[in-house]
Design a protein around this ligand. Structure first.
Ligand code: NDP
Length: 364
């Protein structure tokens, strides 16, 4: 049965308890010489994506990290360090470690700075793909702070009026504390992230019209053709539905996470699995709410705001008005109880990876 907030693809998935899945990912990474603590962070980020219903960025991505380590472009024991620092900012060199570990440590630095000086801004260079941006923004919410996460990605998106992929899907995550579930806007700046294209490929499905173009620059629903062509910026083709704004947002993310940090940017960002180090850049911000008003007052105002939005008169046929983060939070609750949902191709990939590395496979 498809439950409210659950993936519509649920019929083609199998359920796996989150803890069991996390243990499995930890074992795979430890087998590749990733220290236990770092393997735990990485597994937690990946499984949290599956728990929150973001299958495009969960354990389905594990193979890439395994390949990156095997190909020698992702270091298992990186020297992650601050290379430039002020009371409110830091530039972190990730030394080509796992993106999740670097991002986790960078957001911790931002939070620590905000604890002392109300604001913490951290730029990161020499990193890799870090999974869901929302994970790190939510770390700030746990401290009653507002969290912002940006990252650039390998080139996947065409600029408005261009037909070649030269910019990333460059996501933005802003997480904000409320009296209930946090507000979490966690989104690619393209119509869809490449992970969703890959989910469609795994399931042998076409994608909605408007996600991307073929190599000739024509709209197509074939995910393979979009991979050969390009995804489109948020707002789609041209300017009619605001494609230029998605394109501008993607550039803004790249400027803060790539250009400002000294990381790669635009078409120069590599892939986590190689062949050359990706040098992905990130940007994190943690802002203490009490730099502006008492936390409880802020949460009260957020609740009022959310209530107004949720009570807006609905269009015909609509059942509910959602707040960003609401569906993911609901899915997370359901999946913590019932297990995460993995598609069969992902299960197969995990099984093959386990066999290759000599790790026991007990998920099926
Ligand atoms: P979605 O389109 O699935 O969701 C974007 C945001 O919109 C979410 O905050 C979501 O909240 C919210 N939302 C969804 N439906 C509604 C609604 N009806 N009303 C109000 N808000 C709503 O995200 P994307 O496909 O763009 O991105 C998916 C993930 O991919 C993200 O986690 C992103 O960080 C990640 N990503 C990572 C990249 C990387 O290189 N590391 C690159 C690109 C993307 P909710 O979650 O509650 O549904």
């Amino acid at each position: 049965m498809i439950e409210k907030g659950e993936s519509l693809l649920i019929g083609k998935f199998v359920r796996v308890p989150a803890d069991k899945l996390k243990d499995f990912v930890i074992k795979v990474l430890e087998k590749l010489n990733v220290p236990r603590e770092d393997a735990e962070i990485t597994a937690d980020v990946l499984v949290r994506a599956d728990l929150r219903g973001i299958e495009s960025h969960g354990v389905a991505r594990l193979r890439r990290y395994v390949d990156g380590i095997k190909n020698g472009v992702v270091k298992t024991k990186p020297n992650i360090r601050i290379v430039l620092e002020t009371p409110v900012s830091a530039l972190v060199d990730g030394d080509y470690g796992l993106g999740q570990v670097i991002a986790y440590k960078a957001m911790k630095i931002a939070i620590e700075k905000a604890k002392k000086n109300y604001v913490g801004l951290v730029g990161v260079k020499n990193s890799n793909h870090f999974g869901i941006a929302g994970y790190y923004a939510l770390m700030a919410v746990e401290e009653d702070m507002i969290g912002l996460t940006l990252t650039n990605t390998r080139p996947l998106v065409a600029p408005t009026y261009g037909k070649k992929k030269v910019i990333g899907t460059n996501p933005i995550a802003l997480a904000v504390p409320t009296k209930g579930e946090p507000f979490v806007l966690d989104m690619a700046t393209s119509v869809a992230p490449s992970g969703k294209l890959e989910v469609a490929k795994r399931l042998g499905e076409e994608v909605p019209e408007g996600w991307g173009i073929d190599p000739e620059g024509k709209i197509t629903r074939d995910p393979d053709m979009i991979s050969k062509g390009a995804l489109l910026p948020l707002g789609g083709l041209g300017e009619e539905l605001g494609g230029h704004k998605g394109y501008g947002l993607s550039m803004a993310v790249d400027i803060l996470s790539g250009i400002l940090t000294g990381a790669n940017f635009g078409p120069y960002v590599g892939q986590t699995q190689g062949p050359t180090p990706a040098n992905v850049g990130h940007f994190f911000a943690a802002v203490r709410v009490d730099a502006f008003m008492p936390v409880e007052e802020f949460k009260e105002r957020m609740s009022k705001y959310i209530e107004i939005l949720k009570k807006t008169e609905k269009i015909p046929g609509a059942e509910e008005i959602y707040i960003p983060g609401e569906k993911s939070a609901f899915t997370e609750k359901v999946r913590k109880e019932k297990g995460v949902a993995l598609d069969l191709k992902t299960v197969d990939m995990l099984k093959k990876t386990a066999e290759e590395l000599g790790v026991p496979f007990d998920l099926a």
